[in-house]
Design a protein around this ligand. Structure first.
Ligand code: THU
Length: 158
């Protein structure tokens, strides 16, 4: 029977990351206060690094019409596309915060976000490194966003 496995790295804390990856996580953390999440009270922020080292960050933006909520990841991808049109995002750090409790396990991008990040990789033929961490606890690093979406729907079929 075919079997799938996903490779990723775990680090006990961000200090063992490269300076660039630490800075990306710091940028994501700095964007958490920009979260507009009065309905879930769950803050998510992402920071994207472009090839030239530019970093852009954004947070989740909720709406009273719940399905209209925008996750932090697509908000960040849109900000990057506006700032540097046509340039690939090469790394993204994602962090989360829930007021009143300390989260210590990294949160993964939702399925819809994975689809967006994965298509960005195929569009630009460039992997996007993912760096995930909660407020405290370990860091998970994935070489490629597509690693989180095996058997994802692909435009090659269309
Ligand atoms: N959220 C994100 O921003 N990214 C994800 O990948 C998963 C969920 C947001 C959406 C909503 O504002 C809140 O987290 C709770 O679901």
């Amino acid at each position: 029977m075919p079997e799938l496995s996903i490779r990723y790295e775990t680090f006990p804390d961000p200090q063992v990351l490269s300076a660039a990856d630490q800075a990306l996580l710091t940028a994501a953390t700095a964007a958490l206060p920009h979260s507009y999440s009065p309905y879930s009270n769950f803050k998510v922020a992402a920071a994207a690094r472009l090839e030239d080292g530019t970093v852009v960050a954004a947070a989740n933006t909720e709406n009273a019409a719940y399905p209209m909520c925008i996750c932090a990841e697509p908000n960040t991808m849109a900000a990057a596309a506006a700032l540097r049109p046509g340039k690939p995002v090469v790394a993204m750090a994602i962090t989360v915060r829930a007021p009143g409790r300390i989260l210590s396990a990294p949160a993964s991008p939702c399925g819809s976000c994975r689809q967006i990040l994965s298509e960005h990789e195929s569009r630009f033929g460039h992997k996007m490194r993912l760096i995930l961490r909660a407020e405290t606890g370990p860091v998970y690093v994935f070489d490629s966003a597509s690693d989180l979406l095996p058997f994802g729907f692909s435009g090659e079929l269309l």
